[in-house]
Structure formats: structure tokens, C-alpha cells
Design a protein around this ligand. Structure first.
Ligand SMILES: Cc1ncc(COP(=O)(O)O)c(C=O)c1O
Length: 408
């Protein structure tokens, strides 16, 4: 019987958020407006970029980050390189944007795209690389940027899980041409549901504002946050003032963030650094606690030139050990520890991708992790005693397994 409960996630809603939500409700002002703009400005400052554009989900953030490519001459069906192992949304976003995902296997040590395999899949139709910083571990951005520069490719970072991640002194999501975060409840900054795209390029930001609002003609900051006026003073002279609500210049989406979501996000930003530090300490304590299991279980390490964004704690059952991933997960669940599998190889383990024609065995590392990986929460409500309980549980499980199958 479990004596402790360690849930996978938690959510912190501050008094400021509650107050802002109440204000919105009292004023009846709930669709995208002033609070969304404020949230975007604060978020951009946090990442150290010029622009942030808030949308309805992390999947929309990935999708729009790629849809910008049409302004740069891309055609529907062009190819985007993504890692085979990620949350399925990475692959889905490529398809939602109208492109073809081309998958590359990951490195088992880092969980991230293996840069040595990228050039093999570049064709005339390749337009971008979308690295994912899985579980907050920075992808090898130097190698990726070198390949991108050589082949004239755009780099869109899927930083959904990478809050607080730093690569060689640079904040993740601000290293490529554009970066995308998820603001879903499982993430370090949350608006409940939501996503946000960051970039230093003001033209991309204007396109993103149009894309999130059906492809509307005007993308200036004033208009999009005050679309109900229907007119744009910046873009149109008095004479030619049109009703910009119904001028559409590109194929867009409907994925604006609303004021209630921004209110939650604004409160979260106030406690961001506190949450980040707590989660990072939890992550390091788990990595440290797992050193003793290195014969049986693999986990990533934090390298000297990086800081892992503390999204969750991943570990993978090694080959030839006397237990299975599912047996270990069951044991954790019985002991009150919420555990999740470590995603899947999108092209070969997610049914919807069969139409692309990849075969099992094409992505051995992603598939191995898909069959043998686990992740658990490192969130701000996980306490020292929870971590000790977790490490003890794993230790006892391994001991029991060794007793049952000593020959293994
Ligand atoms: C790597 C990755 N990309 C994209 C997403 C999509 O985010 P959302 O669930 O907000 O659509 C997630 C979600 O957790 C994710 O982990």
C-alpha cells in the first residue's frame, strides 16, 4: 500500500492571477487584448528576444513557427526535419503547417536528434530543421546551426519542454530563427492551455500575428489586440481605411490566446524563477540518486556547458536486466508515484504516421526508448522526502528482481 503520493504534475495559481481573472470577468473583456500583450512582452523579456506571440497551444506554436516559411518561399509539401522521438505534437505540427515531416533518429545518451544523421536526409525540398529539446535537455544547437547554414535551412526550436534551459550561455528558444513553447498545465509556465512563439525577427512576428488570426491583413500589435475596431491607423491611410476584419492575406489559423489564459500566465511569470530553481534542484537530486542504478537504468546528465530545463525526470531500462519497463512502472504506481512512458518513435510507433511508409527498425534508438523509457514529475510540490521515497522504491524493486532472476 502506498504511503506517499507523488503526482506527475502540479499547477500554481497566484492571487494576482485570480484577481486578474476576476477583473476580466467583471469587465466582460475576455478575448485577446491588453493582458495577452502584457504577457507577450514579459515573456519576450524573459527569453531575451524582441518578440513573443501567444497562441492557443504548444502545437499551434510549433505549427505557426513553421507556417512562417511560406513567406520565405516554401511550398506546401516541402520537408521539415524533426527527431523521431518526441511528443507526437512535433510531427503533427509539421503536417498541420502543410509540410512533410522527415524523421531522424535520436542519440540514446541525450534523447535528442542525432546531428550526424541529419545531412543524410536533406533533399532539394528540405526547408527547416526543428530540433526538440526533449525533457529540457538542450539539443546540439552548434551542429544543427552549422548544417542549417551550409544548406540554407531555417531552424525552428521546439522548446515546449525547455523552460530555463541554457546551451553554451544562450537561452534555449532564442538560438534558432524562431522558438516555440507550450503553456499547457504540464509545463513550467502555464496558462492552462496555450503556447507562445519567440523570435528576434519582427517580420516573422507580424506574420505570426496574422496567422493566429485567420491570416488577417493587418498584423501590427495594436490591431491584433484590438481587432474589434476593424480599422488600422498604422497600415491604412484615412482614405483607404478598410475593414481589416475581413481582409485575409494568407491561409491562417484560429488560435489566439484569451485574456483569462494570459491572466494565469502573468501570475505564473512572477514565481517563475522560484519554481525553476526548485524543479532544477529536484532534477539534480534524482540524477544523483540514480547513479547507483547505472547498471540497470540509464538517465541523462547535465553537461558543463548547459543547464537542463527541469521539465521531468526521464530514465530508460537497460538491455539484459531482470525486469521490464512495464513491471517497474506498475511498481511505481503501486507506491503512489505517477509515472509516464517516455513518448514513442513518431514515425514507427504512432499509428497515424503509417502513411509515410517508415518501417519498424528504421529508428532503433527512438524505438528502444519508446519501449523502455519512463518519466516522472520533478515539479515544485515534489519534496526531498518524496525523492528519497522514489529512489528507495526503485532500489527495492531492483533487489527483488535480482532475487527472482539471479542468472540475468
Ligand atoms: C515536445 C513537445 N512539443 C509540442 C507539444 C505540444 O504542446 P501542447 O500540448 O500545448 O499543444 C508538447 C506538449 O507537451 C511537447 O512536449
Amino acid at each position: 500500500m502506498a504511503t506517499m503520493k507523488i503526482p506527475f504534475g502540479t499547477v500554481s495559481i497566484t492571487d494576482k492571477s485570480k484577481q486578474l481573472v476576476q477583473d476580466c470577468l467583471d469587465k466582460g473583456r475576455i478575448s485577446s487584448g491588453r493582458l495577452v500583450r502584457k504577457f507577450e512582452e514579459k515573456f519576450a523579456a524573459l527569453i531575451g528576444v524582441k518578440e513573443a506571440v501567444a497562441v492557443s497551444s504548444g502545437t499551434d506554436a510549433d505549427t505557426l513557427a513553421l507556417a512562417v516559411l511560406y513567406e520565405l518561399g516554401a511550398s506546401r509539401g516541402d520537408e521539415i526535419i524533426v527527431p523521431a522521438l518526441s511528443f507526437v505534437a512535433t510531427g503533427n505540427a509539421v503536417l498541420h503547417a502543410g509540410f512533410t515531416p522527415v524523421f531522424v533518429d535520436v542519440d540514446r545518451e541525450t534523447l535528442n536528434i542525432d546531428p550526424s544523421k541529419i545531412e543524410n536526409v536533406i533533399t532539394k525540398r528540405t526547408k527547416a530543421i526543428m530540433p526538440v529539446h526533449l525533457m529540457g535537455k538542450p539539443a546540439p544547437m552548434d551542429e544543427i546551426k552549422t548544417i542549417a547554414a551550409k544548406h540554407n535551412l531555417f531552424v525552428a526550436e521546439d522548446a515546449a519542454e525547455a523552460y530555463g534551459a541554457v546551451y553554451k550561455g544562450q537561452k534555449i528558444a532564442g538560438i534558432g530563427d524562431i522558438g516555440a513553447f507550450s503553456l499547457y498545465v504540464a509545463h513550467i509556465i502555464t496558462t492552462g492551455e496555450g503556447g507562445i512563439i519567440v523570435t528576434d525577427n519582427e517580420e516573422y512576428a507580424e506574420t505570426l500575428r496574422s496567422l493566429r488570426s485567420h491570416g488577417r491583413a493587418c498584423k501590427c500589435k495594436q490591431c491584433i489586440s484590438n481587432i474589434s475596431s476593424g480599422y488600422c491607423e498604422k497600415r491604412f491611410s484615412d482614405k483607404e481605411r478598410g475593414d481589416i476584419r475581413f481582409i485575409f492575406e494568407r491561409i491562417g489559423y484560429s488560435c489566439k490566446m484569451n485574456e483569462l489564459e494570459a491572466a494565469l500566465g502573468l501570475g505564473n511569470l512572477d514565481i517563475y524563477h522560484e519554481i525553476l530553481e526548485k524543479r532544477h534542484n529536484n532534477l539534480l537530486a534524482m540524477i544523483e540518486g540514480f547513479q547507483q542504478f547505472s547498471e540497470y537504468l540509464w538517465t541523462f546528465q547535465e553537461d558543463a556547458n548547459e543547464r537542463i530545463g527541469p521539465h521531468a525526470f526521464p530514465f530508460v531500462v537497460k538491455e539484459g536486466v531482470p525486469f521490464t519497463r512495464d513491471g517497474l512502472m506498475l511498481h511505481l504506481e503501486k507506491n503512489g508515484i505517477d509515472a509516464r512512458t517516455l513518448f514513442s518513435s513518431i514515425p514507427t510507433q504512432c499509428g497515424g504516421y503509417e502513411f509515410l511508409g517508415y518501417k519498424p527498425g528504421d529508428f532503433p534508438n527512438a524505438e528502444y526508448i519508446g519501449n523502455n523509457g519512463i518519466h516522472i514529475g520533478v515539479h515544485q510540490d515534489v519534496k526531498e522526502e518524496n525523492i528519497s521515497w522514489f529512489i528507495d522504491c526503485v532500489g527495492k524493486f531492483i533487489k527483488e528482481a535480482e532475487k527472482r532472476y539471479p542468472e540475468k
